[in-house]
Design a protein around this ligand. Sequence first.
Ligand code: AMP
Ligand code: ZN
Length: 500
Amino acid sequence: MTEPAAQPLHLYNTLSRRKERFEPINAPYVGMYVCGPTVYNYVHLGNVRTFLTFDTLFRYLTFIGYKVRYVRNLTDVGHLVGDGDEGEDKIGRMAKLEKVEPMEIVQRFTNDFHTVTAQFNMRPPSIEPTATGHMLEQIEAVQELLAKGLAYESNGSVYFDIDEYNKRGGEYGKLSGRILDDLLNETRALDGQSEKRSPLDFAVWKRAAPEHIMRWNSPWGEGFPGWHLECSCMSTKYLGKQFDIHGGGMDLKFPHHECEIAQDRGLNDREPVRYWMHSNMLTVNGQKMSKSLGNSFLPAELFAGSHALLDQPYSPMTVRFFMLQSHYRSTLDFSNDALKAAQKGYRRLANGLRIAKLLTYQADDSVTPDLAKQEDIQKAVKQFYDALNDDLNTAVGIAQLFTLLKYINMLYMGQLQVATLGEETFTLLRDSYLSFIHDVLGLYEETTTNQPVLNGLLTLYKEYKEQKQYDKVDQIRSYFKAQGLAIKDMKHQIDWAYEE
Ligand code: AMP
Ligand code: ZN
């Protein structure tokens, strides 16, 4: 049997608003840029959802053979409270509150971000550049925009000129589907600043007010770069003037990504990104999870079960599984019940992982091949690829894993003779199950148990059972239960499993 044929990869492109066949500019190389966090606060589960989506995409692209350069930045300057062009820097504000250096804030929350991404088994990006590390590139970009007449200086700040950009064929609003007149009406009421020619213009460089602690010298005096500029400069520097994938959460479409496109097109005279991808929001009771709304959960609260809305702790892999069970473009609502169901599902898969690793093939010429089962397995494997190739539909992909799991369980329970599958299909079943879960979905068996100790206890369990010493039998059962494990008393063997 050959590798199961699968549909080619299609990804939904926010810019064209349809699924498109994925064709990298320079296959097998893929350039992928994802907006990273602003490192001024602990990452919450909403942030985790977005980074997990792109981790899964990174994993899948690598799995199917692409060589991915994955750039995910850290925003350590320029992102202002309120996400606009006025006010305090998010990091500077925290530094003032705590009376520490801004870079201490940056370091603390960068460490937290790295801890959390490792807890969820996200692979590190290929490059993790920072905004403060690219000040020269940003100042040069501002100079270039000024030289091209696409930006103007005003009172020590420099603004991108949307009117001029659009006159030259720029299509500001195209990515987010905003209509310029509507935007103007919305902003005019809110915006009284006289520094800008048009309220739609956005800062590429801001003059630092005296109380502003994060400041750099520039041709326009002391200041700092506008929030959107770093991503334009760093994506171009590491991935080129045109690259394959740009991702982030939906809430970054406007203004952040819209402004990025304007800057990139202004600087490089071309559409910068082939596939714009946006993951949908994690919600709580239908409302976006966010720090400012006060409905956010920290990963640590989830692992400890210490949040008021939780009635038990949940492990990182349970949460990863929970998130992968929905398609990244759908909203996902966070609740105790949904997590409980995910815990059950994840543990079923984890039991399958443990068993699959133990299964081996034994040829038996007297056995008739079961072609229907072989086909069913091959179909499930193909459908897993098809699901992932259909805009990374992990939800449908996971359903196929449960089909594979059914056969793995049958083999384990002695209900199916391995020879009926034939060696090729058996190997396909076992290897696909393991690699889809480990490599593509990034899930692993989460256990702190010491397997030799468990095996020793199971031997004792058998002996006590034969000797009818039921109090000791119960003690061993309780010991397993306390660790979230169950003893499986089967006809042909006794084993343990994760409690589902
Ligand atoms: P921030 O540090 O606020 O810029 O957020 C980092 C990333 O998390 C961005 O890509 C956001 O779009 C994303 N994000 C923020 N809140 C949520 C949420 N509730 N669900 C999913 N992604 C989110
Ligand atoms: Zn960005």
